[in-house]
Design a protein around this ligand. Structure first.
Ligand code: 5GP
Ligand code: MG
Length: 482
């Protein structure tokens, strides 16, 4: 590799960044765009709880503020009041712990021959090293993230305008990148040619526009949802209105299925389809695929609730609340020490004993990734007096890692990677275990199998690191399209 990373900034081997963040962008002269972007981020908090920030342009300059932590701990009236302008972008970040440092918080600002700009990225590149190697020797990196490499690649790309530069970068950048950018007076938004991470656009008031990872952010501020951006689409919003262009790079559609399974908020709509209804259908399909003789159905809050209700509706078994979740636990909290743990300190879930005692319980969850949380849940339900615990999962086994933005990086950490379903069931301590099939999962979304990246379920990725060219690799796999 011609060019190494700044050694100070380089992350330790194995500590790969995996981000599935939330982004938003506002263009609305005359409105308090910082406040709107703030509330947009607030609605996207579930997509990342490690750090967040806003950048605002007022026609003359860009100002930004970013910190570690949750949105409502980062911003106050004074900070928001200092961020005045008519264009804004916001970002909330999720990553693995090792890389949870302030220099990686976004949006960050950079200079370019087209002036200063701010940048917020959701996704994960698969050819970061190749892109880094293409950068001039004298470029020093401030952060340790693929996002900075992408921003620099765009800034240094040929082109007289931002859309030209972005499209030039799209020819070489591989992987997942839904991005919002702003200059002092314009907002840009784009999705990678595979369309891995979601990104939508709506109108705000009678002259404004809003971009967001999920439609729930638009609904929160009263913006009107228009549509999802296309894969490879570049949107520019400025005083001349909205303009849109598409890259000529055509790739197999690869929307991340994990958005439907777990990540997106149930009140969001993806390409006109409700996440809630998709999950409800998954639950119904699961009840048909893996029926069980039981007394009650419960869901692991919060993400599995629509699936649990669907399972109950289809099976005719009553739906009960079996566990109550403390919603105020962030990703960084003070862990109980060994003694407290041994005494049974439960931070996240407490059971409703009255709903579980003496019952044969179906526990519906959305996914099993590492298999560390699930056995605790099974034990909690048993300790509350359940006679039997039948696990039903509204996704197939996660048997391959994700390279495109979900935090499951290696085969070693995946409980299902090298085990049969009965083996997994035994490890989890359940009486039975049933997973939804890929066919029924896809059918529940109401979309085509060819719309999705199912890499974590079937090992077929649109792009992955290590292949000399992830694009060619994907193209050699016609099954991706079939
Ligand atoms: P496991 O048993 O694999 O340790 O945990 C399974 C649980 O993790 C499920 O309840 C599922 O909703 C949740 N889960 C799945 N993906 C993620 C993720 O990316 N982040 C967090 N915090 N939880 C997840
Ligand atoms: Mg869960």
């Amino acid at each position: 590799m011609a060019r190494a990373y700044d050694q100070e900034a380089v992350q330790p081997a194995g500590d790969v960044l995996h981000e599935a963040c939330g982004i938003t962008g506002l263009y609305s002269p005359g409105d308090d765009v910082a406040r709107l972007a703030y509330f947009g981020l607030y609605a996207l908090q579930h997509r990342g709880q490690e750090s967040a920030g806003l950048a605002v342009g007022d026609g003359e300059r860009i100002q930004s503020h970013r910190e570690m932590g949750l949105i409502n701990g980062i911003f106050n009236e004074e900070i928001l009041g200092g961020l005045s302008g008519h264009v804004a972008i916001g970002h909330t970040r999720y990553s693995t712990t090792g890389s949870s440092i302030i220099v990686n918080a976004q949006p960050f600002e950079l200079d370019s021959d087209l002036g200063r700009f701010a940048f917020g990225h959701n996704g994960n590149l698969t050819n970061t090293d190749d892109l880094a190697a293409r950068l001039p020797e004298d470029v020093r990196l401030a952060a340790t993230s693929d996002s900075e490499i992408l921003a620099l690649t765009i800034a240094l790309a040929p082109g007289e305008s931002w859309p030209e530069k972005i499209k030039a970068a799209m020819r070489i950048a591989e992987g997942a990148y839904s991005v919002v950018m702003c200059t002092t007076d314009a907002v840009y938004a784009f999705r990678d040619p595979w369309g891995v991470r979601p990104l939508c656009i709506g109108t705000y008031g009678d002259h404004g526009y809003m971009i967001a990872s999920e439609s729930c952010a638009l609904a929160t501020v009263g913006a009107h949802y228009l549509r999802e951006l296309d894969a490879g689409e570049v949107v520019c919003i400025d005083a001349r209105g909205v303009r849109t262009e598409h890259t000529e790079v055509v790739k197999p559609a690869s929307l991340c299925m994990f958005e439907y399974i777990y990540f997106a908020r149930p009140d969001s709509v993806l390409s006109g389809r409700s996440i809630y209804m998709a999950r409800y259908e998954m639950g119904r399909a699961l009840a048909r695929e893996h029926p069980v003789d039981a007394d009650v159905v419960m869901a692991v809050p919060d993400s599995a609730i629509p699936g649990g209700i669907g399972f109950s509706a289809e099976s005719g078994l009553p739906y009960v609340e079996g566990l109550i979740k403390n919603r105020y636990i962030g990703r960084t909290f003070i862990s109980p020490d060994q003694k407290l743990r041994a005494q049974g300190v439960q931070l996240k879930f407490n059971p409703i004993v009255e709903n579980l005692r003496g019952q044969r319980v179906v526990v519906v969850d959305d996914s099993i990734v590492r298999g560390t949380t699930t056995p605790r849940i099974v034990k909690l339900v048993r300790d509350a007096g359940a006679r039997e615990v039948h696990l039903r999962i509204t996704s197939p086994p996660i048997v391959h890692p994700c390279y495109l933005g979900v935090d499951m990086a290696t085969y070693a950490e995946l409980i299902a990677a090298n085990r049969t379903v009965p083996e997994i069931c035994e490890r989890l301590g359940a009486d039975s275990l049933g997973y939804l099939s890929i066919e029924n999962l896809v059918a529940s979304t109401g979309r085509d199998r060819t719309d999705f990246c199912l890499g974590c379920l079937n090992g077929r990725y649109p792009s992955q690191p290590g292949s000399s060219n992830g694009i060619a690799q994907a193209d050699r796999q016609p099954a991706l399209k079939a």
